[in-house]
Write a protein of this length. Structure first.
Ligand code: GRF
Length: 264
């Protein structure tokens, strides 16, 4: 038997996806094992799920760091290897005309929090990091320190919509309000943008006349609990590789896209 991959998870809330991953890992269905759970939110209910399964956990309280920064930025220690201009030029989280002070505050508070996250994670050896309802955008500061091989990124996220439709924090709400007839969920690798990284897998469900937002959320979560373990299994089998594809467009233009190739 080949050894299991070691999975770290970051959560912010209830952790039903985390539970699905823990359960399928314990049942031997993914080829992985969850070795730590981290959260930005000390009150995240999902932390108790980790505890029930004997999985170590830690919290980096983003809210407290951001509040301290707002009161007095000098009280928030920035990592010595943080470079604001470099991070701003890499990040794709901001519009080009974004207010410089807002960008600075965002990137500095996140770098402080992310450096604490990296320090807590350094205790564990891990192959894959999964974001399971982690409601914080990660910046290049963190991403570049976890992803060291461009063709084999190792931070996955689950999103409650069929990307590239409806990125952001309320995928099911946006799907509902738009009057979509299909909803779905997506697992993708993280890149420097918001919910914009290469897609690993998707599952869809039908939205019936009369379905409420709650119906859509519960149908969606059912699909998420199947999709995340399936994508983790592909990773554990070493079947995922990111390729850069160049496409010709009308007018002689070209477009470059990074996509996940899944080997047989
Ligand atoms: C899920 O809908 C996930 O797609 C989104 O946040 C929700 C988290 O739910 N990113 P849970 O904490 O896993 O129950």
């Amino acid at each position: 038997m080949t050894s299991k991959i070691r999975i770290g998870a970051l959560i912010s809330g209830g952790g039903t996806n985390l539970q699905a991953v823990i359960d399928t890992c314990e049942a031997g269905e993914t080829g992985g094992q969850v070795v730590f759970v981290g959260s930005d939110n000390p009150a995240a209910k999902g932390l108790r799920r980790a505890e029930r399964h004997g999985i170590p956990s830690f919290v980096v309280d983003y809210g407290a760091i951001i509040r301290r920064y707002r009161q007095d930025p000098t009280t928030v220690a920035l990592p010595s290897d943080f470079n604001l201009d470099e991070m701003h030029s890499k990040s794709r989280l901001f519009p080009v005309d974004a207010d410089a002070a807002t960008v600075k505050a965002f990137l500095e508070t996140r770098a402080a929090a992310e450096s604490d996250l990296l320090a807590a994670m350094a205790t564990y050896d891990f192959d894959l990091l999964i974001l399971a309802g982690f409601m914080r955008n990660l910046t290049p500061y963190f991403i570049d320190r976890v992803n060291t091989n461009p063709t084999h990124p190792r931070i996955m996220n689950i999103h409650p919509a069929l990307l590239p439709s409806f990125p952001g924090t309320d995928g099911y709400g946006d799907t509902y309000r738009y009057g979509c007839k299909l909803g779905g969920c997506t697992v993708h690798f993280i890149d420097y943008g918001e919910d914009s990284g290469p897609i690993i897998g998707q599952r869809a469900f039908e939205i019936l006349p009369g379905d409420t937002l709650e119906d859509i959320k519960s149908k969606g979560l059912e699909e998420e609990w199947k999709l995340y373990p399936a994508c983790i299994k592909l990773f554990a089998q070493n079947r995922l590789k990111v390729e850069t594809r160049i496409h010709s467009l009308p007018g002689g233009k070209t477009m470059e896209r990074k996509v996940v190739a899944i080997s047989a």
